[in-house]
Design a protein around this ligand. Structure first.
Ligand code: PMP
Length: 429
């Protein structure tokens, strides 16, 4: 097996400079098992990030592995030119859990492509290139997904040709309306939306796309009911609502199956990716039939709905539902919150603990301020790794620690991880 240092050098030499491994000394992963992952040196880590919320029901989950193995032994690829039972069955299953009436499903190969499709549909349906998105959003790396992203660290272009306007409300800590209570905050953001539409509407916006909890943005979230209130304004104008559930889907928030359900609104479309295949390349969009079927020309996705990936998706979704992992996300999320809340409250370095269920984050700032402290965040990330836990980083200023254990994490695993996280926070100087 190649030594980690040598692999790190080869990674830097052959991969583009705009991607980079986490940690000063990058980890090279050899294998995983449940909530644990092992590096090439044989070190074991508790994985509380899941390769960015993507390994969702444990590494090498035997149910998914077996489904992939069985499908790989039959046929790995067909394309959408042929009938493929795994794809059709999984589409039916996704439609059934989506909450969208008369839903249609298209599978894609990434969250970016799913969001591209959502914007393609919305702009065609509404015959408008005007799009609304939230401030502090991240929707992917394609040209369209970049256009609706408002996160400077990850914004590489604004050349899409879409006319995008960013709405207040996703990131409350640094919002001009931060001091308001939930209801006044929502009202202020809705008033801002109304004014934005009044001022810049050039014949009708196509859609508002939003993450119910902003992933890359550091698990920033508006009050419950927020998107329902925005939705009333959108509906009056005929503007569609697209919920990007790439990070919030499949029960992770504990209280609901989808993030949008906290808001009293049913989206016109949901996009999904990451955890749905427990690590196999799988993403997609589920939308009202009228919207999904609005294209009048042919379209095709070669890999979308691939039998190998949809077999993994079916096994993952079945496992989530049969084991009621949403309930586990609620219970383990409460356990995490209970341990972290007093520690974060007591720490002068932590401005805010936020999130829902198994999607919790805290924002690290200079003592008793909201001035971001990216250096302290990077140091905490290294320290948690040295102590044996992998967590993620995020936030507009790279100063947020994101914690997203597997949906089937056990109480004991959670306690072990929390002991380490608490120790790491308490030793910040
Ligand atoms: N939407 C959200 C909310 C995401 O977090 C991401 C990925 N971080 C994407 C879309 C893009 O997904 P992908 O990387 O699979 O293209």
């Amino acid at each position: 097996m190649a030594a980690t240092a040598e692999l790190a050098e080869r990674y830097r030499a052959i991969m583009p400079s705009f991607i980079s491994p986490l940690y000063e000394k990058p980890l090279s992963i050899d294998r995983g098992e449940g909530s644990y992952i092992f590096d090439n040196e044989g070190n074991r880590y508790l994985d509380f990030f899941g390769g960015i919320l993507t390994t969702m029901i444990g590494h090498a989950n035997p149910v998914v592995t077996e489904a992939v193995r069985a499908q790989a032994g039959k046929v790995m690829h067909t394309s959408t030119l042929y009938l493929n039972e795994e794809m059709i069955s999984f589409a039916e299953e996704v439609a059934a859990v989506s909450g969208i009436p008369d839903a249609r499903v298209l599978f894609t190969t990434s969250g970016s492509e799913a969001n591209d499709t959502a914007i393609l549909l919305a702009t065609n349906y509404r015959k408008s290139n005007q799009v609304l998105a939230m401030r502090n959003s991240y929707h992917g790396r394609s040209l369209t997904a970049q256009a609706i992203t408002s996160h400077r660290a990850w914004s590489t272009t604004s050349h899409s040709g879409l006319d995008v306007h960013f709405v207040q409300g996703g990131y409350r800590l640094r919002s001009p309306f931060a001091g308001l209570d939930d209801s006044d905050f929502t009202d202020a953001c809705v008033a801002d939306l109304v004014q934005l539409i009044d001022m810049v509407d050039a014949g009708g916006f196509s859609a508002l796309i939003a993450e119910p909890i902003q992933g890359v943005g550091g698990f920033a979230l508006p009050p419950d009911g927020f998107f329902g209130a925005m939705g009333k304004v959108l509906a009056a104008e005929g503007i569609l609502f697209i919920s990007d559930e790439v990070q919030t889907g499949w029960g992770r928030t504990g209280e609901h199956f989808w993030g949008y359900e906290a808001h009293g609104i049913v989206p016109d479309a949901i996009t999904f990716a990451k955890g749905v295949g427990n690590g196999i390349t799988l993403a997609g969009i589920v939308a009202r039939a009228e919207l999904m079927n609005c294209l009048t020309r042919n379209s095709i996705t070669t890999f979308g709905g691939n039998p190998l990936s949809t077999a993994a998706g079916r096994a993952t979704l079945r496992y989530v539902l049969e084991n009621d992992l949403q309930a586990n996300a609620a219970a383990r999320g409460a356990q995490m919150r209970e341990r972290l809340a007093p520690v974060c409250d007591a720490s002068p370095h932590i401005a805010e603990l936020r999130g829902k269920g198994l999607m919790q984050a805290f924002e690290i700032c200079h003592p008793d301020s909201i001035e971001p402290d990216a250096a302290a965040t990077a140091a905490l990330l290294e320290r948690t790794k040295d102590l044996g836990v992998l967590v993620g980083k995020g936030g507009l200023y790279g100063n947020v620690i994101r914690i997203t254990p597997m949906l089937n994490v056990t109480e004991a695993e959670m306690e072990t991880g929390l002991d380490i996280l608490v120790a790491a926070i308490e030793t910040m100087d």
